[in-house]
Design a protein. Structure first.
Length: 296
């Protein structure tokens, strides 16, 4: 608030205070009704309007200035974000999808089975190939994430069987045996982003879980609703909406956050046109419901 605006506000408040005090004294008979009080009241109103108008105009101007500065900062930071996206999309692509795979293939061609066995390279080569597959899978998700940075970008979606793509995605994870996936329909999705979001929800169900036999079950609740049910601590709809906000965590939570965060998972699913809700089960755990019927 500028000095000019402050002075105008003080003047306006002084005039109105004087008016109300005078009016109150007259109403309660503390002073007699004097000649020309109507003119006095009208004069107070006229005197109040200009400074109050200047104050409001200055205040709105300051709000507009702050808003424009915020927009400029976001656009400036978005430039860095777009540059980082280009690095991830193009420069990392060469290493992950070209040079490293060629190196692994060349190494396998030059080593026969006897040499591999003699040098005990079976396990290192297996880890190297599995790590490469995992990295390429993550890169696809990163690629689609960074693609959303561009203005006006729409998700590229293909028709996939949700069960098949989730099983393939979980194949290299350490917790695949703890996830049961029932028959699921064919739906138009962005495979890397959809699998990334569902995988994070699965890991939440296993992570925030004090059960000795931690499990997550994915199945169709009805023709349009896919359910993700766990046997963990449980979460109701109110908590779900609260934790869906960025950086919101349960009080006294002992586990550290390491995934995307519930808010980003929900945002990805909403980008697909899916609606997400949560129900806390009576016995244990919670059930996330994903309405696969596309919203207009």
């Amino acid at each position: 608030m500028t000095k000019k605006s402050k002075y105008c506000l003080i003047v306006a408040l002084f005039i109105m205070t004087t008016f109300f005090i005078t009016k109150t004294l007259v109403v309660f008979g503390l002073i007699s009704h004097f000649y020309g009080i109507e003119i006095y009241e009208y004069g107070c109103f006229l005197a109040f309007c200009p400074p109050f108008y200047i104050f409001v105009k200055d205040y709105l101007s300051q709000l507009k200035k702050v808003h424009q500065e915020t927009v400029d900062q976001l656009q400036y930071k978005n430039t860095y974000l777009e540059h980082a996206a280009k690095i991830l999309r193009h420069d990392m692509h060469s290493g992950i999808n070209v040079y490293i795979p060629r190196g692994v293939s060349a190494l396998e061609r030059r080593l026969d089975k006897e040499t591999i066995a003699k040098l005990k390279l079976e396990a290192p080569l297996k880890l190297l190939k599995e790590g490469l597959i995992h990295t390429q899978k993550i890169y696809k998700g990163v690629y689609e994430f960074t693609n959303l940075v561009k203005q006006g970008t729409q998700l590229v979606m293909t028709e996939c069987n949700l069960r098949d793509i989730l099983i393939a995605y979980l194949e290299t994870t350490a917790y695949k045996e703890q996830v049961i996936i029932d028959m699921l329909p064919n739906v138009l999705v962005n495979e890397p982003l959809f699998c990334t979001a569902i995988d994070n929800l699965i890991r939440n169900g296993l992570k925030y879980n004090d059960n000795q036999n931690k499990m997550v079950v994915i199945f169709m609740l009805d023709d349009n609703t896919m359910a993700i049910q766990d046997n963990g601590r449980g979460m109701n709809q109110e908590e779900f909406l609260l934790f869906s906000k960025n950086n919101m965590r349960r009080e006294n939570q002992k586990e550290k956050g390491s995934g995307l965060g519930l808010g980003i998972c929900v945002a990805i699913l909403k980008e697909h046109g899916f609606d997400v809700s949560c129900e806390k089960l009576e016995e244990e755990g919670s059930m996330l419901k994903i309405n696969l019927k596309k919203e207009n």
